[in-house]
Design a binder for this molecule. Sequence first.
Ligand code: PRT
Length: 105
Amino acid sequence: MSDTLSRLEMVIAERRGASSDSSYVASLFAKGREKIAQKVGEEATETVIASLSGDPAKLTAEAADLLFHLLVLLAEGGVSVDDVLAELDRRDGISGIAEKASRTE
Ligand SMILES: N=c1c2ncn([C@@H]3O[C@H](COP(=O)(O)OP(=O)(O)OP(=O)(O)O)[C@@H](O)[C@H]3O)c2ncn1[C@@H]1O[C@H](COP(=O)(O)O)[C@@H](O)[C@H]1O
């Protein structure tokens, strides 16, 4: 799973300097952080709507759009996929410790 995200992260970094005419990723970077953040918001809303439709194919497509635009937003903000995964692992570690502690009480 994270291989796909890592590969896409690399493609996004490569396309950052490309021409906006030939690359959607480059055109997003050229429009700037506010526009990229707005796209993430739109894709998040579309994902929520798709989830309520009860159609797994629609939810899959919108979630893919959301993840893609989130990766662009992370790159724009200087945050890597590894940074986010490390944060999730850290939280898992914290909840694992809390779970062990509650079992020994
Ligand atoms: N995964 C994606 C991907 N998912 C969605 N999209 C684009 O995201 C856009 C979302 O559609 P919308 O209708 O919401 O947006 P829009 O009307 O095109 O744009 P706005 O005017 O609303 O800003 C579409 O243009 C999709 O093509 C993507 N564009 C690119 N990628 C990946 O990024 C790589 C590099 O792409 P380029 O930068 O175009 O070379 C590609 O090889 C793909 O792997």
